[in-house]
Design a protein around this ligand. Structure first.
Ligand code: PLP
Length: 416
């Protein structure tokens, strides 16, 4: 039992106003879809309201007090994110709309400048489409080969043939944590071996950054990307971390205002880092609010967040166990130390979408579908899965609500 962490999570839930809202059927909300997007604490909502009420002005250009205040808040948020992932300096953090845009930035900028026919991009079989489609297109444009680290039936990376897989590799691009199976990638083993063959490493941290402490320097990643909306921040803001030497050498991605130093009719020179990659007016308010989200998470403590989610995952897996005899299939690593707070499942012959709709009647929000990992679903032979995912505000009560709703679904669909 996890009485104390659960009590703290219940107190944390009170910081998230949306969670107190009953459903239209009057049910308590059990929000179990944080892998898709997280809810927002009052501190983040307040940050947005404060910015538009008191500080709104365009940044970097104005010399008046208001514009300076907006600029300071915007750059201050960058420094907070840099500290949160332990970047060496704020200039190594580039604001993007989300993980997807950050990966595309690297693909278009670093990828087109550095890859040629015969080079290899190595990824894995469990990537989100965001960390797959850009590399497919880059391979097609440059003549590079796209190669995959395989995963086994539990969704664990198969590393027996890693040396062979790494032959000729210029870029390794893989997720830290799988959004479909929760698998935590063995990066400590893969990254040094990738560097040993001279490869650059990009890690998709969309599902790790919100849930446990990330240290980009300890990991020794070259690029690291994440989305604000999955880590208590607003939508429309994410970031790319890159080692300065790499970012400095890269050509701009999008071009226009703010990313320039001097523009003439014949030629243009570009701004220094990180602004070289931030063309046009930035998403100022959301960047500042992401700074507030990061402060909120730091105040709670990422080690506590990780421990709480692990305990809740263990509790959920225990409570789901009796359903296995009735046809519940639970996917992902059996060893809980190798998985995050994401549980994908199918129940008897109920389609995942029907199951999610029935659970919704009881206020339980789970995702159903391919989770933007269609090749993985094909490989595993699942048309879809239902997915419950936990965050710092979930409690045993949410899991209990899921269990009761699953029992009802068994009745509705006449599961033995
Ligand atoms: C592992 C992973 N990578 C990338 C993404 C894409 O994130 P975004 O849609 O915020 O760009 C997601 C979103 O679910 C994800 O889970």
């Amino acid at each position: 039992m996890i009485a104390e962490p659960d009590a703290r999570a219940a107190r944390i839930a009170a910081d998230f106003p949306l969670l107190a809202q009953p459903t239209s059927r009057g049910k308590r909300l059990a929000y179990l879809d944080s892998a898709a997007t997280s809810q927002k604490p009052q501190a983040v909502i307040d940050s947005l309201v404060h910015y538009y009420t008191h500080d709104n002005a365009n940044i970097h250009r104005g010399v008046y007090e208001l514009a300076e205040r907006a600029t300071d808040a915007f750059e201050g948020a960058r420094a907070k994110v840099a500290r949160f992932v332990n970047a060496a300096e704020p200039a190594e953090i580039v604001w993007t709309r989300n993980t997807t845009e950050a990966i595309n930035l690297v693909s278009f900028s670093w990828g087109l400048a550095n890859l040629e026919p015969g080079d290899v991009i190595l990824t894995t079989q469990l990537e989100h489409h965001s960390n797959l489609v850009p590399w497919q297109l880059l391979a097609a444009k440059t003549g590079a080969e796209l190669r995959y680290i395989e995963v086994d039936a539990e969704g664990l990376h198969v590393l027996d043939d890693l040396d062979e897989k790494l032959r000729g590799v210029k870029l390794v691009a893989m997720s830290h944590v799988s959004n479909t199976l929760g698998t935590i990638a063995p990066l400590a083993e893969i990254i040094p071996r990738a560097h040993a063959v001279g490869a650059v490493v990009l890690i998709d941290g969309a599902q790790s950054t919100p849930h446990f402490a990330v240290d980009v320097r300890a990991l020794d990643v070259d690029f690291f990307v994440a989305s604000g909306h999955k880590m208590c921040g607003p939508t429309g803001i994410g970031f790319l971390y890159g080692k300065r030497a790499l970012l400095d050498a890269m050509p701009p991605f999008l071009t226009g205002g703010d990313m320039i130093r001097e523009v003439g009719y014949e030629r243009t020179t570009f701004n220094e880092l990180p602004w070289k990659f931030e063309a046009g007016t930035s998403n100022i308010a959301d960047a500042i609010a992401l700074g507030a989200a990061v402060e909120y998470l730091e105040h709670i403590g990422m080690d506590w967040v990780a421990a709480h989610e692990r305990a809740l995952t263990v509790y959920a897996l225990e409570r789901l166990q009796p359903f296995v005899a009735r046809g519940l299939d639970i996917y992902g690593p059996k060893d809980v130390t190798k998985r995050s707070g994401v549980i994908s499942f199918n129940f008897a012959d109920i389609h995942a979408h029907d199951l999610a709709s029935i659970l919704d009647l009881d206020g339980v929000c789970v995702r159903a579908g391919h989770h933007c990992t269609m090749p993985l679903m094909d490989k595993m032979g699942w048309p879809a899965t239902a997915r419950a995912s936990f965050y710092l505000y979930n409690t045993e009560r949410d899991v209990d609500q899921l269990i009761v709703a699953l029992d009802k679904a068994a009745d509705v669909f006449k599961v033995a």
